[in-house]
Ligand binder design. Structure first.
Ligand SMILES: *Cc1c(COP(=O)(O)O)cnc(C)c1O
Length: 422
């Protein structure tokens, strides 16, 4: 490997076709933001849009805005805008609720679907280091079904991709995986794994929280069944912005999801006493939507308007590769253990390192204006959002990391204190 310099990084910025997109975001001076995988940066357009929603649409339009400002159709319209980023078709995606809640809906749908054709399948396979809420929601649904004398389902956890083939036994109903792992950044080959699951009679649920807006996803191309994901990470939708849900067209009419609120009804304002599901994806809505927050999702999606996921992917791989190379060049000799695949076919848009004092090192970085995040156990997680991270930022982040490790400045009492959110 040739020796990399700051000038090399600046030259990469000068050649970067996505460089102008950074100007769409508000980023505080003196901050290198490497946590867009937890909370995306703020699109500049969000402020004016928020003002418009609050003062005009709410303040002046009042109740009329459900019709006149497009509020009632917003979840569906945003779903269609998001669809092109994840290989989905028209009216296959809806933006609503949280990832956790949406997972509950599609897991129930997938189990019901399997119950109809293969009732002996009672196992849900997932991964031990999947994002915990996915496992918690699964446990909750399993307990709910069992507590009313219903079927006994079981959650089986594999230790990693190497155990997948052996876990797909004839009793598996659903394979529930996160496409890009939140801890390691490992990315599954969605088409290959989906085909493998289908060959064994299992249906697939993909969690796209660390994929949507980060890597190209082709749900229809992969022949997947169900997917969920959030909009506040790489899609820049704002803190706690509503999540999304995708169902393959072949499954949409076959099932009524259990959170059958009035917004999923075919005629919500007919106020009928009986539930009749809406045709298509709208049946996955539950209740009244958080319009102010949904409006911010549109600002986030708009930041992708003048690019495509192939260009985003190309820069993402350049950024993560540069970071790995620079850490190897500048920080050799420190106890850093890479926990992200070097193989680009299996790498998302983040890079993780374990360090025995990972938590304190991350706090010391934040104090110096470099913001990654920390995940148990010992993992320092650096997220690279191609829309607003520069190659020069990567150089500077590594220089500061090196300085913190060299001087051991992480070993100060304030860097060992934990807040509620890490
Ligand atoms: C961030 C994340 C979630 C978050 O779920 P919420 O319901 O939005 O809190 C779920 N799954 C994965 C894989 C995530 O990375």
């Amino acid at each position: 490997m040739t020796h990399l310099t700051l000038a090399d990084c600046r030259a990469m910025d000068a050649r970067d076709p996505l460089a102008p997109l950074r100007d769409q975001f508000t980023l505080p001076a003196g901050v290198i933001y490497l946590d867009g995988n937890s909370l995306g940066a703020m699109p500049k357009a969000a402020l004016a849009r928020a003002q418009e929603v609050i003062t005009q649409e709410w303040g002046t339009g009042l109740i009329r805005s459900w019709n006149t400002a497009g509020w009632f159709e917003l979840s569906r319209r945003l779903g269609n805008q998001l669809a092109r980023l994840i290989g989905a078709g028209e009216d296959e995606v809806i933006v609503t609720d949280t990832t956790s809640t949406n997972l509950f809906k599609v897991l129930a749908a997938a189990l019901r679907q399997q119950q109809g054709v293969a009732p002996q399948r009672r196992v849900i396979v997932s991964e031990r280091n999947n994002f915990p809420t996915d496992l918690y929601m699964t446990q909750g649904l399993i307990e709910l079904l069992q507590s009313f004398g219903g079927a006994r389902y079981e959650l089986k956890l594999i230790d990693g991709p190497q155990d997948l083939a052996a876990a797909l036994t004839p009793d598996v109903a659903v394979l529930l995986l996160t496409h890009v792992n939140y801890q390691t950044g490992f990315m599954y080959d969605m088409a290959e794994v989906t085909a493998q699951a289908h060959a064994q009679g299992a249906v697939t649920i993909w969690d796209l929280c660390h994929s949507a807006g980060a890597v190209p996803v082709d749900l229809n191309g992969a022949g997947a069944d169900y997917a969920v994901g959030c909009t506040y990470k790489y899609l820049n939708g704002g803190p706690g912005s509503p999540a999304f849900l995708w169902v393959h067209a072949r499954h949409q009419e076959g099932f009524t999801q259990p959170l059958s609120g009035w917004w999923g009804h075919a005629r919500p304002f007919a106020m009928e006493p009986g539930y009749d599901p809406h045709a298509g994806i709208k049946r996955y809505l539950c209740g009244t939507q958080p319009i102010a927050s949904l409006a911010m999702v549109e600002c986030g999606l708009d930041t992708f308007a003048v690019t495509d996921m192939q260009a985003v992917r190309a820069k993402s791989l350049q950024l993560t590769t540069l970071f790995m190379d620079l850490v190897a060049q500048e920080c050799a000799g420190f106890p850093l253990r890479l926990n992200t695949p070097v193989d680009t076919r299996h790498r998302g848009s983040q890079v993780g390192y374990e360090h025995p004092q990972g938590f304190a090192v991350v706090q010391a970085l934040i104090a110096r204006g470099v913001i990654p995040d920390y995940r148990e156990p010992r993992i320092m997680r650096f997220g690279f959002t191609p829309l607003y991270i520069r190659f020069e930022d990567v150089w500077n982040a590594v220089a500061i990391l090196k300085d913190i490790l060299l001087t051991k400045s992480w070993d100060q009492p304030q860097f060992h204190q934990r807040g509620a959110v890490t």
